[in-house]
Design a protein around this ligand. Structure first.
Ligand code: GLU
Length: 306
């Protein structure tokens, strides 16, 4: 059962408004809400609209209406990342001041050309470190800065971090990633002037006091990067739980991008039941409120398994 200290718990659901909620995003919403309820905690909704070209006007309002129909209401004001640039800039400035972020002048073509020279163990997605400043590299060498990147080696040196970032996922068990090798110096501020998801999510999770991140397993791969960034910024590390993905009929991950159908919320309990069953919880009859309380009780009982 949740302990009495559990009221420190702050969870969140952080949808990108690239379309209405689909079956997969409702699973993440429900799981994060249930985990917060089971711990007697708060549940916050944050609209992650930093990647403006991918956002669809009005989608945020639709998502909030869909959540409301499902009985899921944010316990605090709904933050929108598009209004929080000053916080992201302050974080980037702090990293720059410590020599942990550097400007990159490489175009996509130049990065691809440099990657083709690299040993095969580097995946195509790894930035080769061309613009890393001294003593880690040669710097911009006269190129105009385009994006800002995290200097992972500098973070590791400053904070005495091992190459591999290990963590315990509450659903998936032990996880680890060598961020420098598998991802490389990732982007914090994009060449198009937009804030990168990694920076925005880490800053907001910390500023909102989020203690538990419950989200879809498709985002698991970002976790080690976010942990390195938390270290670099001196921010606490929340606990992570990644929920099983809902797959489309063709076995592909269900996403707004592959045309996942918007949820039919003419019968909210039907949609919630599908999400709950996916989480290993039994379908309910009765009202949405009754179903949510039943699932909360079951989630609390099974807490050790989450
Ligand atoms: N905004 C992200 C998405 O909708 C989720 C980010 C997160 O939960 O960390 O895919």
């Amino acid at each position: 059962m949740p302990s009495s200290a559990a009221s420190d718990y702050v969870g969140r659901f952080a949808p990108s408004p690239t379309g209405p909620l689909h079956a997969g995003s409702l699973v993440a919403a429900l799981a994060s809400w249930l985990d917060a309820q089971a711990h007697g905690g708060q549940w916050l909704v944050r609209i992650e609209d930093v990647d403006t070209p991918r956002c669809i006007p009005g989608a945020a309002e639709i998502i909030l209406q869909q959540l409301a129909l499902c009985g899921l209401h944010s316990d605090g004001p709904v933050l929108r990342q598009s209004e929080r640039a000053a916080h992201y800039q302050a974080a980037l400035d702090a990293l720059i001041a410590q020599g942990l972020a550097y400007p990159c002048g490489c175009s996509r073509k130049e990065i691809e050309a440099a990657q083709s020279q690299q040993p095969a163990r580097h995946s195509a997605a790894v930035y080769p470190g061309t613009c890393r400043p001294s003593p880690y590299g040669l710097g911009l060498q006269g190129k105009a800065p385009r994006a800002w990147r995290l200097n992972i080696q500098a973070v590791r040196d400053l904070h005495h971090l091992p190459a591999v970032t290990p963590w315990m996922d509450a659903q998936l068990g032990p996880q680890q990633q060598n961020v420098a090798q598998d991802v490389g110096d990732f982007v914090l501020l994009r060449a198009d002037g937009l804030w990168a998801y990694q920076l925005a999510v880490v800053v907001d999770d910390a500023l909102q006091g989020v203690t538990h991140v419950v989200r879809g397993a498709d985002l698991c791969d970002n976790t080690a990067r976010q942990m390195v960034l938390q270290k670099a910024l001196g921010l606490p590390r929340p606990q992570y739980l990644h929920t099983p993905l809902v797959l489309a009929d063709d076995g592909e991950k269900l996403s707004k991008q592959n045309g996942a159908q918007a949820l039919d919320l003419s019968h909210p309990l039907r949609a919630l039941n599908a999400a709950a069953v996916h989480l290993g919880l039994p379908a309910q009859t009765g009202s949405v409120q009754e179903a949510l309380s039943q699932w909360t009780a079951l989630w609390s009982t099974n807490e050790s398994t989450h």
